[in-house]
Design a protein around this ligand. Structure first.
Ligand SMILES: [Zn+2]
Length: 479
């Protein structure tokens, strides 16, 4: 199609947009629409777009997960993980105000196709709301969804479904996600954690400062609400109506390594259920759906420098990728893009532990394979355990059984026996395994390295190469 047809069609669709003029969303949405239209050759045929975000997942994390997966399954070096099969290029991540982005600016770059400042949620550098890809999809008649393992109000999902000047404003983000803002309800389906920002402050576990009961408000405005694994299992995509909101935990959902499958579904299970529901809800329409799926806690494990939690969340994300890429194969009108907002932790594979001695060339996946819980979960337990047998508890339950370490030193035991904060225990335990595995980290924050870009589906070759995600539309136009 030539640009004339495209622009005519675009102007027609712009008339349908509900944005107020001061929202300045039209221009942004114009870019977003072009991005989809040209990148994926959206003609009259029905399209589904699945955007997957692996928060805090850099190139070294992919090698780490692949090596680990081959090791634990006894596979040869040519066995790859699902992401390896759909890599098309890389993406540059810096924000408007720093060479190292945060997740808010990182996600707003995807959602609004605009560079903004760290901490910004769906607003530009002037703190003006920018139209998001999810709102644009809704405006042209698609159904929309968010599936995450963090709080649903956390930076990445918030950047698609809310407009606030700071990621800290999760109380307001929750109200906007339910439709309490100028555009009205834009998200048809939400599954994740973060119930605490929806509960009134009179309720145990609430994170709100006011007494608004957002769960009651959601139900009153037509949402189906669920909060347990049992209710999740009972949802039948064939008969389930939208809007739908599932908040399975008060705070973030568990790390995959700690997840009890009888309490919480996996990212793949949530993704599959969401896709089936949106597929059914768009079955009689000529418009498909837009779904953002985030492996949210890959990032948080890297913040803690916890290699066990990091690798299991990456592999859980890859299971979701595997399902979605097969879905794309079976549904040629669907495309999936997978990308990270930034790298976290400065992970690298090999660590020089002696400053003066030249290191060996290796790292030890077997050390990682013996870890059974996140350092976060173990540190929370340890801060509560002050019985007389604390030393034995640390040696047996924490070091030998949960971290898989039997060569611990007296100094290491003594540190854990002494009184420290939860975070100090967590970082210390993560170091015990990283050090032994010769897995290196440079920071407890983010880094500025490029991240990998993955895509699968019709015309996704247009995404090949290294680019700023916000300029992808121009690249596509040139192709
Ligand atoms: Zn982060």
């Amino acid at each position: 199609m030539d640009n004339r047809d495209y622009d005519d069609d675009l102007d027609e669709n712009m008339e349908l947009l509900p944005f107020p003029v001061e929202h300045k969303a039209k221009e942004c949405t114009h870019n977003l629409y072009r991005y989809y239209r040209i990148c994926f050759n959206m003609g009259p045929e029905k399209r589904n777009v699945i955007l997957m975000i692996s928060d805090g997942f850099g190139p070294a994390s992919e090698t780490f997960a692949r090596d680990y997966y081959q090791f634990v399954n006894g596979l040869s070096y040519d066995n790859v993980i699902p992401l390896d099969r759909i890599q098309v290029g890389s993406s540059r991540t810096r924000s408007a105000d720093s060479l190292v982005t945060d997740s808010a600016a990182g996600a707003t770059a995807f959602s609004c196709v605009k560079k903004t400042y760290n901490g910004a949620i769906g607003v530009d550098t002037d703190q003006t709301p920018c139209g998001t890809i999810l709102e644009a999809a809704k405006a042209i008649g698609m159904k929309t969804g968010l599936v995450v393992t963090s709080r649903i109000t956390h930076a990445t999902p918030a950047s698609f479904s809310a407009h606030v000047i700071s990621r800290e404003m999760e109380e307001i983000i929750a109200t906007q996600q339910l439709g309490d803002y100028p555009l009205g309800r834009q998200v048809d389906l939400m599954i994740g954690g973060g119930r605490c920002f929806f509960l009134p402050n009179s309720t145990t576990g609430s994170c709100r400062s006011d007494d608004r009961d957002l769960i009651a408000e959601a139900k009153n405005s037509g949402f189906t609400y669920f909060s347990s694994r049992n209710e999740f299992d009972k949802i039948d995509p064939k008969s389930q109506s939208i809007p739908l909101i599932g908040l399975l935990t008060l705070d973030h959902m568990s790390y995959e390594i700690d997840r009890n499958p009888t309490d919480e579904p996996s990212l793949k299970e949530m993704s599959e259920k969401a896709i089936r529901i949106l597929e059914k809800q768009t079955a009689d329409s000529d418009k498909g759906f837009f779904l953002m799926i985030e492996g949210s806690r890959i990032d948080m494990a890297a913040h803690s420098n916890d290699p066990g939690a990091h690798v299991h969340d990456i592999l859980a994300y890859n299971e979701a990728i595997d399902f979605v890429t097969k879905y794309v194969d079976d549904h040629p009108g669907t495309v999936v893009i997978s990308v990270s907002d930034h790298e976290t932790g400065g992970l690298t594979l090999a660590l020089q532990t002696d400053y003066y001695e030249y290191p060996e060339y290796l790292w030890y996946p077997d050390v990682i394979s013996r870890i059974k819980n996140s350092s976060y979960a173990l540190s929370v337990e340890l801060t509560k355990y002050w019985s007389n047998d604390r030393t034995e508890y640390i040696k047996d339950n924490i070091l030998r059984n949960s971290l898989g370490i039997s060569d611990f030193s007296d100094d290491e035991v003594n540190f854990l026996v002494a009184n420290h904060t939860q975070l100090e225990y967590e970082i210390y335990m993560a170091n015990l395994t990283s050090w032994r595995a010769l897995v290196g980290w440079t920071t407890h924050g983010h880094t500025g390295v490029d991240v990998n870009l993955y895509a699968h589906g019709k015309n996704t070759n247009a995404l090949r190469g290294n680019h700023e995600v916000i300029y992808i539309d121009y690249y596509c136009k040139a192709n």
